[in-house]
Write a protein that binds this ligand. Structure first.
Ligand SMILES: Cc1ncc(COP(=O)(O)O)c(C=O)c1O
Length: 372
């Protein structure tokens, strides 16, 4: 994928906002707690390496990614802090993880048995660090059976090539007002921890939402994801207990402007018809950039005014109705602030009936990231 540096469409990442958000969380830490910055999925679209380097300067203790390739990308960029892979890696890749000094999630006894049988795991290198994942109610990955978990801890403890460094879980409803299911999961996690024959260095359960709204829940790693990027994990459902600053803004420029005559139709399917003579602007962003087709009818900002996206969003372009003539080159804000008005990733998410996470992750590789 070639990044379109010469097209005016840009995702601008405000480094000060990232720094501010990390500081906000660091200030709230209880003794013994550390922040691991979650930079999976290219740092939620913001750029994994750049965000990791910024977070490192701000004093985070490690990183979380989703898979081994994302972890290796960070190592090859010179990041030396601990990197925890949250997803399941293929067991045969355990030696590769050890080679790169990565920390790996263990979700089953079968996975562990396969890794132990692999004689490519090195006895000379530092042992492979493991965090056992407990399925307390997400039913995605993790130990569900306490006996399996206990046997697995014992197995790890018997292996000089492995270290039982952590145990963790993930909550399904930490971002909701009703904490019934959250409490059940927390209770289940405690039951597993009590049964653990050895207590590892790290016992953790806190994503952003857990850290923000369930501070009492013991977790010595805060896996800070969406909060790092300045967004409320609940969207607009729960009030943030402290301020965050959204780091990303998505902007472009008018690349073509024309006056439609009443009755003229716009874009594929001719789904929009001008009711009277009106000004139409074309933006160089489309669904191939993650600007979803369902954003037809949503708004962008031009000169501090909300302008409707009219007609179908195309692969590389979309059209907006302008209140008057604006010249080619006029700045357009899709996410962010423009002359005092703001469109947030949560506004976009609300229109798409999704969450800000998806909006940000969808912003395509074709769009350059600029750091200011
Ligand atoms: C296991 C795990 N921990 C932490 C996070 C970070 O979550 P958030 O971005 O809500 O802070 C995620 C995100 O998907 C996750 O899957």
């Amino acid at each position: 994928m070639v990044t379109s540096w010469n097209r005016p469409t840009t995702l601008t990442v405000n480094k000060k906002a990232i720094q501010f958000n990390i500081e906000q969380e660091l200030k709230r830490l209880q003794p013994g707690q550390e922040v691991f910055a979650v930079v999976k999925a290219n740092g939620y679209g913001h750029g994994a390496i750049e965000i990791a380097k910024l977070a490192l300067e701000e004093g985070v203790s490690g990183f979380c990614v989703s898979n081994i390739d994302e972890a290796i990308e960070l190592r090859e960029a010179g990041i030396l802090l601990p990197i925890l892979i949250l997803g399941v890696i293929t067991p045969s890749l355990a030696p590769l993880a050890q080679q790169y000094d990565l920390t790996v999630a263990v979700a089953s006894k079968e996975w562990l048995t396969e890794v132990i049988a692999n004689d490519e795991l090195d006895t000379i290198r530092a042992p492979l660090k493991l965090h056992l994942k407990i399925d307390t109610g997400m039913h995605r990955i993790g130990f569900y059976d306490v006996e399996d978990f206990v046997t697995s801890v014992e197995l790890v403890e018997s292996q000089p090539r492995l270290i039982y460094e952590g145990v963790f879980t993930h909550f399904a409803t930490a971002d909701e007002a009703d904490d019934t299911y959250f409490s059940q999961q927390a209770q289940c996690f405690n039951q597993f921890i009590e049964k653990s024959p050895v207590k590892p260095k790290y016992i953790h359960c806190a994503n952003s939402a857990t850290a923000f709204w369930h501070q009492a829940c013991p977790s010595n790693i805060i896996r800070l994801g969406i909060g790092l990027y300045g967004l409320n994990p609940s969207g607009k459902a729960l009030d943030m207990p402290f301020e965050l600053q959204p780091a990303a803004s998505l902007t472009t420029e008018l690349v073509f402007v024309k006056e439609l005559q009443a009755g003229d139709k716009v874009s594929y399917g001719a789904t929009y018809e001008a009711k009277s003579n009106e000004w139409l602007g074309t933006l160089p962003i489309g669904y191939a950039d993650g600007w979803n087709r369902h954003l037809q009818g949503f708004k962008v900002l031009v000169d501090g005014q909300f302008c409707e996206i009219v007609g179908r969003v195309c692969m590389d372009q979309c059209m907006i109705r302008l209140p008057k003539h604006y010249p080619v080159g006029t700045p357009v804000t899709l996410i962010g602030e423009n002359s005092g008005q703001v469109i947030t990733a949560d506004d976009v998410a609300e229109h798409l009936q999704t969450i800000s996470y998806e909006v940000l992750c969808d912003i395509g590789a074709r769009i350059p990231r600029r750091y200011v």
